[in-house]
Structures are given as structure tokens and as C-alpha cells.
Design a binder for this molecule. Structure first.
Ligand code: ADP
Length: 381
């Protein structure tokens, strides 16, 4: 087997952009979905020349990928999606190795359901976890398999592996799709006064363009290609609970809220109830008249859980004084639904859409691979 020639990386405007040959595929957005697609194309269509374009540096600092929980679990997935999830888990093992950690996942209930055991028994060896809860209000729990990882590491590993196998990468470049497979690329620089400005613009044409720009992708399709989709987006905040967690602490889930052990404490992952209305700007809420950085819906959910999870009613819950104090990101909602799996869709002769969304941790790699297979099938015809 011959060693592939690594791809080229244009990280900043000091490196003149001069590709060796035209590209077959332009992937816009190097979050985990775009990066995973670039890698999967090497498996399924190794002869295609691919350029991956990313607006930020890599890893991106506030995208859906970097703030995603990094939690693989079958706990809330319908049976029909289990095979795709298992496939994704195997791939995560290949890509992440020891950076993927197995953890128990406990789904806590107030009533017994098939498969539940007493919460006190399941948490007998985890007293710190038990101390967060009122086990009389959440006496039943069902245990699931789960694995934790950092999605930012996944995006970076997938992108680096793809580059070693021949994908080209452009960073600090904002891409705009146009009809007919035309894409404009604005290479960005930061001025002394921290303003982002366009340094130079390039235009490329390719037979295939993939919008993997996360929550921005449906709006890009609509504004630049005139194609309306049913996809939507929602702003998810992931506040912090300063209660201590041990390195083997289980993931806890109660009434829609997930407590993910992270950095010796917990990251809280609230339910996404619905799409955010068009034009919605995230805003903080109020708790007994005092402004907080947590958006109102999230705050209401947490207040509703304070009896069952008393740790939320302590100063360990980080409420922030402004929105910027609480990590948060826009997520794509495939089909406008908070519980839909990742998806890909052909938009026109030249353009595919690739969306991760809330279940990208568990199913994203499979969906990126499915799109790579479809592209490979099309390029052989
Ligand atoms: P996903 O989970 O679908 O990968 P992310 O939001 O993490 O979603 O990734 C989308 C990526 O696309 C981000 O890294 C973001 O910086 C990048 N991006 C968004 N808009 C553009 C654009 N116009 N041009 C290039 N990259 C973009």
C-alpha cells in the first residue's frame, strides 16, 4: 500500500491559497460532523479531492461541538437507532482510544418501571452521587451503559486523520454557498482592535458542496440557495454544578435533566423543549427578582427539580450574572424536533446538508458515514 500524500493546511492569510487541482467536494464547517465526513470520504471514495473549510481556528471555541456533552448512551434512543449507535461507539473507540471512558448511566424515576432497581442500592458505592438527590423522591433507577468523551477532541482527531490521508483544510475562512456548486471563501483576519475583517475573497466551484455548518446550515440554505428546509435550531445552555464528582461517578438523569460528571464537578444538560422561534435571541432569567445568566426556560426546569435534586437549590448551582457567564451554544434541530437523530439531506444537484444536533454524540459518526457512502455511490455512476 502506498502512503497517501497529506493534504495542505491554510491556517492564516500569510499562506497564499493556491490549491493544486480543482476539488470534487467542498465541506463547509469543520465541527465534528464536517470533520467526520471528510474522514469517512477517504474510506468510501478515496479518489475524491476534498477541501474542508472552517470559519474559526480548530477546535472552534463556542460551536455546538465544543460544548456538546460528549455522552454516548442508548438510554433515550428508540430501538431502531441502536445499531447506528453501536456502530458509532466502535468508531469512537478507534478514533479516541483511552479518551473514551465507560461510565454507568442512571435514569432516575419516581415510579418503578420494568428494569428499575432501588436508587439507594445502585448508588451504594457512590455516596457523593447519592448526596445530590432525594432518594425518597427518586427511589427507582434503571442502569444503562454510557461512554464519555470530548467532542472537540473527536473533531480534531477526525480532521487531522483526514488531512494525513489527503484532505485539504482552510482555517479562519468563512464560506458562503451559492447555487450551481459555487462557494465564496472569505479569509479572515483580526485587527489590533479585535475586529474580524475579510482579508481576501476566493471563489471555488465543485460538483458537490456539503453544508456542515451546524445550526447555521439551514439558514445558509435558505438565504444563499433559496431552499427552505424544515430544520431549525435551539440555544442550549449547559450550566455548572460545583458539587464534587469522583472519576468513576455515574452520569445521572432525572426528569429530563442530565448531570454529567466533568472536571471533578458536574455539567448540567437540560432538556430542549422545542425549536427557538425565528429571530430569538437568548436572554437570561430572573430568580426571585434577581437577574441570572440562565435563560428562563432552563431556570424554570431546574427550579422544578430542586425538591428531587436538592443540590440544585444550593450555591453550588452556577447561575451566572449574564448570559456570557454560562456556556451555551446554538444546536441544529433536525426536522425542527429536539429528539430527532442526526440527518443528511440532498438539497439540490450540488448541495447536501449534514446536521448533527442533540443526538450527535451517540449517532453523529454513523450519519456522516452514511452521507459519505451516498456520495461515493453517486461518484461511481
Ligand atoms: P456539528 O455538531 O454539526 O459539527 P458545530 O456547530 O459544532 O456543529 O460545527 C459547525 C462548524 O461550522 C463550526 O466549527 C463553525 O465554526 C463552522 N461554521 C459555521 N458557519 C461557517 C461558515 N459560514 N464558513 C465556515 N465555517 C462555518
Amino acid at each position: 500500500m502506498t502512503t497517501p500524500t497529506p493534504g495542505r493546511v491554510w491556517a492564516h492569510v500569510g499562506q497564499p491559497f493556491a490549491p493544486d487541482a480543482p476539488y470534487d467536494v467542498l465541506i463547509l464547517g469543520a465541527g465534528r460532523m464536517g470533520s467526520a465526513l471528510a474522514l469517512a470520504l477517504h474510506d468510501h471514495a478515496p479518489s475524491l479531492r476534498t477541501l474542508l473549510v472552517e470559519e474559526g481556528g480548530l477546535p472552534n471555541e463556542d460551536g455546538a461541538t465544543i460544548l456538546a456533552p460528549g455522552l454516548w448512551t442508548l438510554a433515550h434512543l428508540p430501538d431502531a437507532q441502536h445499531d447506528a449507535a453501536r456502530w458509532t461507539l466502535n468508531r469512537l473507540r478507534d478514533l479516541l482510544g483511552d479518551d473514551l471512558q465507560a461510565r454507568p448511566y442512571l435514569n432516575l424515576h419516581d415510579r418503578p418501571t420494568p428494569g428499575t432497581q432501588p436508587t439507594r442500592d445502585l448508588l451504594a458505592t457512590h455516596p457523593q452521587s447519592l448526596a445530590l438527590l432525594d432518594p425518597d423522591l427518586l427511589p427507582h433507577a434503571e442502569a444503562h451503559e454510557a461512554h464519555l468523551y470530548r467532542p472537540g477532541t473527536l473533531a480534531q482527531t477526525a480532521a487531522q486523520t483526514a488531512i494525513r490521508r489527503g484532505t485539504d483544510l482552510m482555517l479562519n475562512t468563512r464560506a458562503t454557498p451559492h447555487p450551481g456548486g459555487r462557494v465564496t471563501l472569505e479569509r479572515l483576519t483580526v485587527t489590533n482592535t479585535h475586529q474580524i475583517v475579510t482579508h481576501e475573497t476566493h471563489t471555488l466551484h465543485a460538483p458537490l458542496v456539503v453544508l456542515a455548518t451546524g445550526a447555521s446550515a439551514p439558514a445558509q440554505a435558505e438565504h444563499h440557495l433559496g431552499l427552505h428546509t424544515r430544520h431549525a435550531r435551539a440555544y442550549r445552555q449547559t450550566p455548572h454544578l460545583d458539587a464534587p464528582s469522583t472519576p468513576d461517578a455515574p452520569v445521572l438523569h432525572a426528569r429530563g435533566l442530565t448531570l454529567r460528571p466533568q472536571h471533578g464537578a458536574y455539567t448540567l444538560i437540560p432538556t430542549i423543549h422545542h425549536r427557538d422561534p425565528h429571530g430569538y435571541t437568548p436572554q437570561g432569567g430572573h430568580l426571585t427578582g434577581v437577574p441570572t445568566g440562565l435563560r428562563r426556560e432552563t431556570l424554570e426546569d431546574l427550579v422544578g427539580l430542586m425538591d428531587a435534586v436538592p443540590a440544585l437549590a444550593t450555591s453550588e448551582l452556577h447561575l451566572g450574572r449574564s448570559l456570557a457567564d454560562i456556556p451555551g451554544a446554538w444546536l441544529a434541530l433536525p426536522h425542527g424536533q429536539p429528539d430527532a437523530p442526526p440527518t443528511h439531506q440532498r438539497l439540490d444537484d450540488h448541495t447536501h446538508l449534514l446536521l448533527g444536533g442533540p443526538h450527535a454524540d451517540t449517532l453523529g459518526l454513523w450519519t456522516a458515514d452514511a452521507l459519505a457512502r451516498e456520495i461515493a455511490g453517486g461518484s461511481r455512476q
